[in-house]
Design a binder for this molecule. Structure first.
Ligand SMILES: *Cc1c(COP(=O)(O)O)cnc(C)c1O
Length: 505
């Protein structure tokens, strides 16, 4: 298929043929489904031909294939504006070898989490899309966050002309540092509100507002239009594909793999966005043997991959990896769409069950296609142990989310004896979660309780740096003394009112 013919359609079948610019602006299809590309383009060049490319050039190369309605120059501009000095390394997404494992560090951007990889470019893609489609409305980004998306989106949309951004986060469901990052956000067009409930409540509330026809009409009258910065937006997924291919190029340069040699990818997973990007990279031709999905104690995806039953009817647990405290993984719908040979009727029926009963089950035939995936999960204790093990054995500091991935990786090796080279997506800086990390690397519980337990997270941030000799990433320096600029809280049923107030409608 010719790349110029690539378009977007809804997993639920009712949105027609949509060019990428429109899919990005809409965020979500009007039939309640998610936009998917009509086919996945191939990498189309030998890796040796790509291997001289820097991050930006590779990102352009990959993104162009998915956005045929954009010119190469338009994409180049978006990429140049995104992956610049905000990143503290020119490699943007470096692969680091630690022991027998490779970590793809995705946290070198403006908010110290992997969400920066996609959110630094999304505002540029969206404003370019608006110009392209002749949209003269102001774009209102509406986002639910489990902690990291919120800050990354606020930061990237802050004071971007023609946009406003509204972020909802669960009051009890994010770390103190994540919260402080959000409520200190500057920018006249930024709005932040905590809600009573968990991430799933926030996400459901946002989806409801998105699909509220009357409210959308009202917005239209005021010359406003909603879009999403969550990973349901295809404009977030596509830039994420690039770093998996880039990781492979780095392995080639490091002489760790030979051209065409298979690798495994481990992805600490919540909303299934990051691992879906890895899956798309494999469909493009990246030689991936196994996609390993790592969950915390909210292990819905572990159950799904092993049994074919997706069941959200369980209590959400608050863990030390809050950005993965999710029971409804939105992007899974895009994978299930592939499993059923892209049949919208099947998706509609499964997701009808899901919204009515909280559970759906795929057929054996569909489940068979999940064989390239492997799933595991880490308990809280195993997460702590993984941080400790990595630091003690390899002097390599990892955050709680990455630790979930590291634990699952070790388990995978033990169970399968597979020795294929493996890259673990490292999704956040350990300095975003200093309490758990310090607890893990303390000599023992007594030392933690005596020296650290009573300090707040901002003091622990400094301690962690002293203790390990690792520098605090620039976005987190001095965060404890920054001025709080947002102080809002509401119940889920009042989220719409908050939006109205923020927009003055
Ligand atoms: C968002 C996030 C995840 C989960 O990524 P998904 O794309 O939602 O699966 C994992 N780790 C961190 C640190 C995150 O911020």
């Amino acid at each position: 298929m010719k790349e110029s013919e690539l378009y977007y359609r809804s997993t639920r079948g009712d949105a027609g043929h949509i060019p990428s610019a429109e899919a990005m602006i809409n965020g979500m299809a009007s039939d309640g489904g998610l936009f998917v590309p009509s086919f996945i383009p191939e990498i189309g060049m030998a890796f040796s031909g790509l291997s001289d490319m820097d991050y930006k050039s590779l990102a352009c190369y990959v993104i162009e294939k998915f956005l045929p309605d954009f010119s190469a120059e338009q994409i180049r501009q978006c990429v140049d504006n995104a992956y610049d000095k905000k990143f503290d390394t020119g490699l943007i997404a470096p692969v680091v070898k630690s022991g027998d494992t490779f970590f793809l560090e995705l946290y070198h951007g403006a908010t110290a989490a992997f969400k920066d990889m996609a959110l630094s470019i999304l505002p540029h893609l969206l404003t370019a899309s608006a110009r392209k489609t002749g949209l003269e409305k102001e774009i209102v980004i509406l986002t639910a966050t489990s902690g990291d998306t919120g800050k990354a989106a606020l930061d990237s949309f802050s004071d971007v002309k023609g946009t406003k951004i509204i972020v909802f986060y669960p009051k009890q469901g994010v770390s103190l540092i994540q919260e402080r990052q959000m409520v200190t956000q500057e920018g006249k067009n930024t709005f932040v509100c905590s809600i009573e409930g968990n991430f799933d409540d926030a996400q459901t509330g946002v989806k409801k507002i998105f699909n509220d026809r009357k409210f959308n009409e009202l917005l239209k009258e005021k010359n406003l239009v909603f879009s999403s910065a969550n990973s349901i937006n295809i404009g977030r997924l596509i830039p994420q594909i690039a770093y998996y291919i880039y990781a492979y190029l780095q392995l080639l340069r490091m002489n760790e793999v030979e051209e065409g040699e298979d690798i495994n990818l481990v992805v600490p997973t919540g909303n299934f966005g990051n691992i879906l990007a890895a899956y798309y990279a494999s469909l493009m031709g990246l030689p991936v043997q196994r996609l390993i999905c790592a969950s915390n104690e909210n292990n819905v995806l572990y159950d799904f991959i092993n049994t074919g039953v997706y069941d959200r009817k369980r209590q959400l647990k608050m863990t030390m990896s809050p950005s993965m405290d999710i029971l409804v993984s939105s992007n899974l719908e895009r994978l299930v769409y592939d499993l059923c040979e892209q049949d919208p009727a099947v998706i509609n029926s499964l997701y009808k069950d899901f919204s009515e009963k909280g559970v759906f089950q795929i057929t054996d035939e569909m489940k068979e296609k999940l064989n390239d995936f492997w799933a595991g999960f880490a308990t809280e204790e195993q997460t702590i142990e993984a941080i400790r093990d990595s630091f003690k054995k390899n002097n390599y500091l990892i955050d709680t989310h990455t630790a979930v991935g590291y634990h699952v990786y070790r388990e995978y090796r033990e169970i399968t004896s597979d020795r294929v080279k493996t890259v673990i997506a490292s999704t956040a800086s350990p300095f975003k979660f200093p309490r758990s990390v310090i607890r893990a690397i303390s000599r023992n519980d007594a030392e933690y309780e005596q020296d650290y337990k009573n300090l707040d997270e901002f003091a622990l941030l400094e301690k962690l740096s002293e203790l390990t000799g690792v520098e605090i990433p620039w976005p987190l320096r001095g965060i404890g003394s920054k001025k709080v600029l947002h102080n809002n809280f509401c119940r889920v049923d009042k989220m719409k009112d908050f939006v109205s107030d923020a927009l003055g409608i």
